[in-house]
Design a protein around this ligand. Structure first.
Ligand SMILES: Cc1cc2nc3c(=O)[nH]c(=O)nc-3n(C[C@H](O)[C@H](O)[C@H](O)COP(=O)(O)OP(=O)(O)OC[C@H]3O[C@@H](n4cnc5c(N)ncnc54)[C@H](O)[C@@H]3O)c2cc1C
Length: 640
């Protein structure tokens, strides 16, 4: 039976609701805090900032990550910047309301309004926090913080540190974390893979990890677990995510009872370096910030194989500027990706296989000078040149959309708690504020809002009621059960002793997913995809090859555990996409489009977050969180 979920949105006006909530939080004495163990899984921006803040508040924290250091979390790769509604100059025309509106509208009205409002309200404090930590944001000649414009916004509100914003923000959070490690309030547990949860009568009480160096299974008990394990775009095999990004922790939590929300809503980023060869395992993103100065175009004539320098101005189609005069090249990502794919499908694409479009800095270089452009995008330009072997200062870059960010994730209420009591989910791993399409530069903002401010506050209400001791006979039994389940899962995979390496399965899964549930989707493709994955899954569990060594590093086993989870998650993604019979944001169902080829939303039937419940041996059950909007009425999303 399905039911409607309660997101626990505070009563009264949502404007300023978060401030009211903070004032009413329970007080936990330092003596009691000391007795409450918190486990944070993930050392990226969301996890590191949460662990540091909770420890600063006086809680003992264990931080678990599979990386050798939190500094190597995938967040380090974020390039472009972080949004904030912060008034820096007198003539700035941005504010909380504008960021809130762009976020909700960017997500095509499929995000929770109250959470988006809170994000915009908190955004300014995040920049203050980071500046105080010493994050070297770009500044003007007069020393004021600089901003740039990102897609889906008409104002310039993205703060940045060259093309290394994620790295600099992560170093800020890491520095705070190490201060707490030094004070012994955080215990750092690197190179551990969380592969199961300890579930005591429906309440999460800890995790089981596999030590990646010696294969030992370890148990960590806790009064609350915070999951900050990032996104699952690697279900597509080729994506912009770091190779080890995965869905395992969220998927194991889902199988324990945490609902999985909007799994099929994934963002395909328009500006990635196109696939270069058969053996590639990752795609490289060129930051969206390049669209500030780069113009996107294709030849007007199809199958035009001339060198771009030979194609005159009148023979070029600046298609985004033509179709969307007010936003131009800075339309949101879903729109830009779809338009690029359409034209490549029609034969206008460039490059060897006709699957790329030009991103051209020529006009900006002529107008502003090579020096300014290099200063602004230096490391991105170098990165492109190293990978492709062409200099973007003299030749347009070639880009194509690639899987990048997952708007779906574990369902959480306004307090960031999942449907499994005791399990909080932060950052890209949850599904809260991005709806059907994330506004560029809002991910870093959400990670830090969750980690520095929201999670460490809202967890108090849970902990206040659960201050009891976690060691008991029942608890020992729950730990034992979790360990046994984990051992069995590993043994089952190792005992297959087939012939086919894990990567072959992962690559095959990726192809199915990009073809069936990529930039566009349709009913027959999704149904076919479900059949294809069913067969692939059977083959995987009968033919995968994993070395038997258990008590030592075994990267093939690590990958196999992940791919087993990805195969199951992929099925849920297809079912979710199938059941959402509308087009919204990045979810473009070909059957539901306007005559101009734009998304056709169905607010009457689909203004909800779909949260799926796992049912062993049976089809998942879909529950709904109905979305209502009090500050901003849903309207047509037009960027023309
Ligand atoms: C190339 C690129 C560029 C981007 N640029 C921008 C940008 O300019 N602006 C913006 O706003 N957003 C950007 N994003 C998105 C943004 O970087 C991410 O959404 C964000 O960094 C995610 O942070 P996180 O803390 O949620 O997760 P992550 O940084 O992915 O961290 C996950 C952590 O969880 C740990 N972990 C995962 N699974 C397990 C497990 N099973 N056991 C133990 N540990 C586990 C990992 O070790 C890691 O420490 C970009 C993304 C990419 C891919």
């Amino acid at each position: 039976m399905s039911y409607f979920l309660d997101p626990c949105i505070p009563l009264g006006n949502i404007d300023g609701a978060w401030e009211r909530i903070q004032k009413s939080l329970p007080y936990i004495s330092l003596g009691n805090k000391n007795k409450l163990q918190i486990v944070v899984v993930g050392g990226g921006l969301a996890g590191a900032s949460a662990a540091a803040t909770l420890a600063e508040q006086g809680f003992p924290v264990k931080l678990i990550t599979y990386n050798d250091s939190p500094r190597r979390a995938h967040s380090v790769a974020a390039q472009g910047g972080i949004n904030a509604a912060k008034k820096i100059r007198e003539d700035d025309c941005d504010g909380v309301n504008e960021l809130f509106v762009d976020t909700v509208r960017g997500g095509d009205f499929r995000a929770r309004e109250a959470s988006c409002r809170r994000l915009a309200e908190i955004s300014s404090s995040i920049i203050d926090q980071c500046v105080n930590q010493g994050v070297p944001f770009a500044r003007d000649y007069d020393g004021l913080l600089s901003t740039r414009r990102f897609g889906g916004a008409l104002v310039s509100r993205t703060f940045y540190a060259r093309g290394q914003t994620g790295q600099q923000l992560l170093y800020g959070a890491y520095q705070s974390l190490m201060r707490q490690v030094g004070s012994r309030r955080v215990e750092l547990l690197p190179r551990r893979d969380v592969i199961e949860f300890i579930n005591l009568n429906g309440v999460i009480r800890g995790v089981v990890t596999r030590n990646l160096l010696n294969g030992q299974l370890e148990v960590f008990q806790a009064h609350a677990v915070i999951l900050a394990t990032g996104g699952y775009s690697n279900v597509y095999f080729l994506s912009t995510n770091s190779i080890k990004s995965n869905a395992s922790a969220v998927w194991r939590a889902h199988k324990q009872g945490a609902f999985f929300a909007n799994p099929s809503l994934t963002q395909i980023h328009p500006t990635c370096i196109p696939v270069g060869g058969e053996y590639q395992s990752k795609l490289t993103l060129m930051s969206e910030s390049l669209r500030n100065d780069g113009r996107i175009w294709l030849p007007r004539r199809s199958h035009d194989i001339r060198d771009p320098s030979e194609i005159s101005e009148s023979e070029r189609d600046y298609f985004l500027e033509r179709l969307y005069p007010s936003y131009g090249n800075l339309v949101p990502r879903d729109v830009a990706s779809r338009r690029a794919k359409e034209l490549c499908d029609q034969g206008f694409g460039v490059g060897n296989d006709g699957r790329s479009v030009y991103l051209d800095l020529r006009d900006a270089i002529q107008k502003k000078g090579a020096q300014e452009i290099k200063a602004k995008y230096g490391n991105l330009i170098e990165m492109y040149e190293r990978i492709v072997g062409e200099d973007p200062m003299t030749m347009p870059m070639r880009i194509y959309p690639a899987p990048h960010y997952t708007m779906g994730g574990l369902w959480v209420d306004y307090n960031l708690m999942s449907t499994l009591p005791g399990l909080f989910v932060l950052g890209e791993a949850n599904c809260t504020v991005h709806g059907a399409n994330r506004l560029g530069a809002n991910a870093l903002l959400q990670c830090l809002a969750d980690g520095y401010f929201i999670g460490p506050c809202s967890i108090h209400s849970w902990l206040e009621g659960h201050t009891f001791s976690i060691s008991s006979h029942e608890m020992d039994q729950a730990c034992q059960d979790a360990l046994e389940n984990t051992k069995k899962r590993i043994d089952d995979l190792i005992n297959v002793q087939g012939e086919i390496p894990v990567d072959i399965f992962h690559r095959a899964l990726g192809e199915i997913m990009i073809n069936r549930c990529g930039i566009t989707r349709n009913e027959s493709g999704l149904l076919a995809g479900l059949e294809e994955i069913k067969l692939l899954k059977q083959k995987f569990h009968h033919q995968v090859r994993i070395p038997i060594e258990i008590n030592c590093p075994n990267p093939e086993l690590e990958k196999a555990l992940r791919v087993a989870d990805f195969l199951e998650l992929a099925q849920l993604m297809l079912s979710d996409a199938l059941s959402r019979k509308e087009s919204c944001g990045a979810h473009f169902r070909e059957e539901y489009q306007t005559p101009e080829g734009e998304t056709m939303r169905d607010d009457e039937n689909y203004a909800h977050i779909a949260a799926w419940e796992y049912v062993p041996g049976s089809e998942p059950i879909k529950h709904l969180e109905n979305l209502s909007f009090s500050l901003l009425k849903p309207n047509k999303r037009s960027y023309q």
